[in-house]
Design a protein around this ligand. Structure first.
Ligand code: ATP
Length: 300
């Protein structure tokens, strides 16, 4: 288990992370979200013991996290900074041995992952000869070569096509099934929504949203009603509690303040003709993110 307890990190006068607390249990995928500069990378560095919090602490399996845990951790950094003049095989031997792995085991696992990521032919190629996406696969493999118990992924999906994104997701899920703890950051909130249980959204180092995704959505009262049919948009806009009506090629989205408003919208829609769809949907994580971060900026 990983426990971040009231962690604060200052760079000079700047508070990069402000009294942050959360827990990740074995087999859990945890999403750390936030706008640029919100404090995600700083949090990752504290989690892995690379940065000592100015206040608070990070506890990994009962003890203070530190260099002694390095062999159990896998880290994919946001900057895609691989050593480009050496081959994939040389690079993996280097990273694996930094984690005290036996070279034979490194090469066995490398063959497995190259096969799984369909890049077997690149084993003896120099990193610089690989495409950006394939370099990203190598960076990912370097983070998982030691079968980490704690996998830390800073923006693992950025720049990946949908097929490779799915491949990464499958591998991350396999680590989850084996009981690893996974913590990752992403600006692609649809991924976050589809595959992690728990999130924290940081803004200026503070947690502004935290908890299980289902709960976060439930707590966010605003909802969307998706309507397809002949309705008068102006009448919908006039209903109390409707704060926005958006027309698009898939129909009409009526944004409401809370679920009570849906009754009034429904009472009106019942009087309309040719209604083929009426769905009340929870707000997406992306909408919640924009609303909460926007609110913080308005308050400042
Ligand atoms: P991004 O999404 O852009 O990668 P982030 O959420 O990972 O951002 P951090 O890199 O943790 O954010 O940065 C948090 C804050 O701390 C920012 O204001 C950043 O400028 C500052 N910062 C980060 N590293 C340092 C450092 N080594 N020295 C001084 N300030 C730093």
């Amino acid at each position: 288990m990983l426990e971040v307890k009231n962690a604060k990190m200052m760079y000079g006068d700047l508070v990069a992370v402000d009294h942050l607390s959360f827990i990740i249990k074995p087999g859990e995928i945890f999403g750390l979200l936030g706008t640029n500069g919100a404090g995600k990378t700083t949090t990752f560095r504290m989690i892995m013991g690379l940065l000592e919090p100015t206040e608070g602490e990070v506890i990994y399996n009962g003890g203070k996290v530190g260099y002694h845990n390095v062999n159990e951790i896998g880290y994919m950094i946001e900057e895609r900074s691989l050593l480009t003049k050496i081959t994939v095989k040389e690079l993996m031997l280097y990273f694996g041995q930094l984690k005290d792995m036996d070279p034979k085991l490194i090469l066995e696992r490398l063959d497995y992952w190259l096969e799984r990521f369909s890049i077997v032919d690149y084993k003896n190629k120099k990193i610089k000869e690989l495409s950006k996406g394939n370099q990203q696969k190598i960076q990912f493999i370097s983070a998982i070569i030691n079968n980490p118990k704690l996998l830390v992924l800073d923006e693992p999906f950025s720049g990946l096509d949908p097929i490779n994104t799915e491949l990464f997701v499958e591998v991350i899920r396999d680590f989850q099934k084996k009981g690893s703890m996974v913590v990752f950051s992403s600006h692609q909130l649809d991924h976050v929504e589809s595959f992690c249980e728990e999130i924290i959204v940081l803004e200026k180092g503070k947690a502004i949203i935290s908890g299980p995704i289902d709960q976060v959505k439930k707590d966010f009262k605003k909802q969307n009603i998706h309507i397809v049919g002949e309705v008068d948009v102006e009448i919908l806009r006039g209903i109390k509690g409707v704060f926005k009506v958006v027309e698009n090629s898939n129909g009409i989205i009526v944004k409401i303040e809370n679920e009570d408003v849906s009754k009034d919208v429904f009472d009106y829609v019942k009087t309309c003709d040719h209604i083929t769809k009426y769905d009340v949907e929870q707000a997406s994580l992306s909408e919640i993110f924009i609303a909460k971060v926007g609110q913080i900026h308005e308050e400042v």
